[in-house]
Design a protein around this ligand. Structure first.
Ligand SMILES: [Zn+2]
Length: 116
């Protein structure tokens, strides 16, 4: 964002000045266009999610790749979150909830209403 606003990169080791850096990001976002802010938001969110998924932090569950096919798009891009019982397709964004079974292995209730 600094490049988009000032036309040059400003190198300053941000890890020493985290609070100042976050304040600068907020100020720079006001002067940037929507695409630049969306891109910066996506980058920051991915870093925050990665930190929250670290085993020492463990504030967010790491997804596990599932070998099954998605019921909506048919691609093999399913991820499961065993602790919370969620399942999601990274291809089409379909989400579902794993319903554990008492007699069978259980099923998945998808947000579009289908049960598999
Ligand atoms: Zn899908």
């Amino acid at each position: 964002m600094a490049h988009a606003v000032h036309g040059r990169y400003i190198w300053d080791p941000a890890y020493r000045h985290a609070a100042r850096t976050l304040t600068a990001i907020s100020r720079l976002a006001e002067a940037c266009d929507h695409d630049t802010v969306s891109n910066a938001t996506r980058l920051i969110n991915s870093r925050v999610t990665a930190i929250m998924q670290l085993p020492a932090v463990d504030l967010e569950e790491r997804p596990r790749k599932h070998p099954g096919l998605c019921t909506q798009c048919g691609r093999c891009m399913l991820s499961t979150y065993p602790r919370s019982g969620r399942v999601a397709c990274l291809g089409c964004g379909l989400k579902g909830q794993i319903m554990p079974g008492t007699v069978s292995d259980g099923c998945v209730q998808w947000e579009d209403g289908t049960i598999t």
